[in-house]
Design a protein around this ligand. Structure first.
Ligand SMILES: Cc1cc2nc3c(=O)[nH]c(=O)nc-3n(C[C@H](O)[C@H](O)[C@H](O)COP(=O)(O)O)c2cc1C
Length: 510
């Protein structure tokens, strides 16, 4: 059963005992972060949180804020209406195995076919709940400093009678040095002006004033490529941002789908129901009919870029201001019963660890098709997404670990990986301590490492230049004679199975 709205998902979390409600007013400026950060740091990711009375400059918003809704393995599985993300990944893998591909390109084609199999293609409908309230933006510009203030913070009024604007939605100011408020779970829809292909990506949105925002699509992302084409053509670029709806939308927006593959196909596949799309009010892009909020607008290629940030980022550090396109809004529409979903990023572990982990699991079958020796991949929380990658392989020939490193650095967003550690098949890559043990025990540092160069995550503050940097691969597998290792490789210490069983019995009987 697909979720019909974000509220539906929140209710399901509540029923499953996965939600904590806050009925007292909590400020969208820093206070929600403080509570959410503590929750996200609990073992296993804590619970989802619903702030029923979030305040914006001391005034209660009519829209509750939901946060950390995808921040555990269990809630990630619930968002897919599945037993576990592994079960979904296995099913997807089996679908694709029906006809093993011979190349990465073919694997992608097959993925698209596999998604199609479940009639996951999005379909256009006339209207939907996301248009319960339509607010066309043509009123005189409101300045940020004219944000309404509650006369007395204990005497909260609501915005119920006011149209939604970027200034009164419960958009978070997450961390003290942030450059303003940021929409942190936005689903951004763009279109390739040449092919008409659609993209859905998650790029944070900084609020500049009631009519303009930043558009933080990093240079290697698909929407940035679309944007460059509009700049080259000198054409206005339509953009639609939506928030909420089925939780599979924000998940699909973050998934590293290849350029040209529609993320709504993935969302439709995962929610087991094709996504119903409606046309925007002020441009001809489409958004899910059941989204909670839609913010429509455009980017003007003749306008200079504007500094975006600082922002307390995934890396655990603030990203300093960098120039990005300015997004002009032309309409805001929303559901009557809208819930505002948000997240915070910062020092790990955070909610994004579970979102990224689910992506790795779903894409593992594709990695395995290209590299059949891969057993498992993990991106530990400490490496905030791509900084650190652990890969286990069934090694059968010399230098195979290096083949895997180079292969991964050449695959989509794995290009951002700073450190790749390759271990043998029996090492559990999800246990960082186990990987570190094998890494330190099985390597001669100079012999077993390789440095190379490549594109880096633009969020990486440690590289000397933005977006380019070096990479380190470490081969922590058992060395073969063909790799110049002439000594005997010692056996790992392991207790005799019979003794183990006998002593376990003894211990249990005490
Ligand atoms: C919570 C969250 C926020 C993100 N914010 C950004 C962002 O501001 N800019 C960006 O380029 N990528 C951001 N990402 C990563 C992209 O969503 C991800 O790389 C996605 O695959 C991009 O889609 P695309 O390949 O269609 O461009 C974020 C991911 C998460 C989970």
């Amino acid at each position: 059963m697909a979720f019909d709205s974000f509220r539906d998902f929140v209710n399901a979390l509540d029923k499953a005992g996965e939600l904590k409600r806050f009925s007292q007013p909590v400020a969208t400026e820093l206070e929600i972060t403080e509570i959410a950060d503590r929750e996200m740091k609990l073992p296993g990711g804590g619970k989802a949180l619903l702030f029923e009375k979030p305040t914006v400059n001391g005034v209660v918003s009519p829209f509750p804020v939901a946060i950390n809704t995808l921040g555990s393995h269990k809630r990630m599985a619930m968002s897919m209406n599945a037993e576990s993300v592994d079960a979904v990944a296995n099913e997807l893998g089996a679908l694709m195995k029906a006809k093993p591909p011979t190349s990465f390109k073919e694997a992608m084609k097959l993925l698209s076919l596999a998604l199609d199999l479940r009639h996951a293609k999005p379909k256009t409908v006339k209207t939907g709940a996301c248009k319960d309230v339509i607010h066309l933006v043509d009123s005189p510009k409101l300045r940020v400093d004219s944000w309404p203030k509650a006369p007395d913070v204990n005497q909260h009024s609501t915005f119920n009678t006011q149209p939604p604007t970027l200034l009164n939605l419960p958009i978070l100011r997450c961390w003290p040095l942030d450059g303003g408020r940021f929409i942190t779970l936005p689903c951004v829809v763009t279109r390739d002006p040449d092919t008409g292909e659609r993209n859905l990506g998650m790029y944070r949105i900084q609020i500049y004033d009631d009519k303009t925002t930043g558009m933080h699509w990093q240079l290697q992302k698909v929407a940035a490529r679309h944007g460059r084409r509009y700049y080259e053509k000198g054409e206005r670029m339509p953009v639609a941002i939506f928030i909420g709806g089925d939780p599979m939308f924000p998940f699909a927006a973050t998934a590293p789908m290849p350029d040209g593959l529609d993320e709504f196909l993935l969302a439709g596949y995962l929610r087991k129901k094709s996504v119903e799309m409606v046309k925007c009010e002020t441009n001809d892009l489409e958004v899910p009919a059941n989204a909670d909020f839609v913010i429509e607008g455009y980017i003007d290629p003749t306008e200079p870029l504007r500094d975006e940030g600082p922002f307390g980022d995934h890396t655990g550090y603030y990203t300093l201001p960098e120039p990005y396109p300015v997004f002009h809004i032309t309409a805001i529409t929303h559901r009557k019963d809208a819930v505002y979903p948000a997240t915070i990023v910062g020092i790990p572990p955070m909610e994004d660890f579970y979102i990224g982990g689910a992506s790795v699991k779903l894409f593992l079958p594709i990695f395995k098709m290209n590299f059949p020796e891969i057993v498992d991949i993990a991106l530990p929380a400490e490496g905030v997404f791509h900084n650190l990658v652990f890969v286990s392989i069934k090694k059968t020939y010399p230098m195979q670990a290096y083949k895997i490193m180079h292969g991964l650095w050449g695959m989509g967003q794995m290009m951002f990986s700073k450190y790749i550690v390759v271990v043998d098949a029996e090492v559990n890559v999800h246990n960082t301590s186990e990987v570190l043990f094998h890494l330190t025990a099985n390597t001669d540092p100079q012999r077993d490492s390789i440095f190379t160069k490549g594109p880096s995550d633009v969020l990486d503050h440690a590289t000397s230049e933005i977006a380019i940097g070096s990479k380190l691969g470490i081969d922590a597998t058992k060395k073969l004679p063909g790799e110049g290792f002439k000594r005997a490789w010692p056996p790992l210490i392991k207790m005799d199975a019979a003794v183990k069983a006998k002593m376990e019995k003894l211990l249990d009987s005490r």
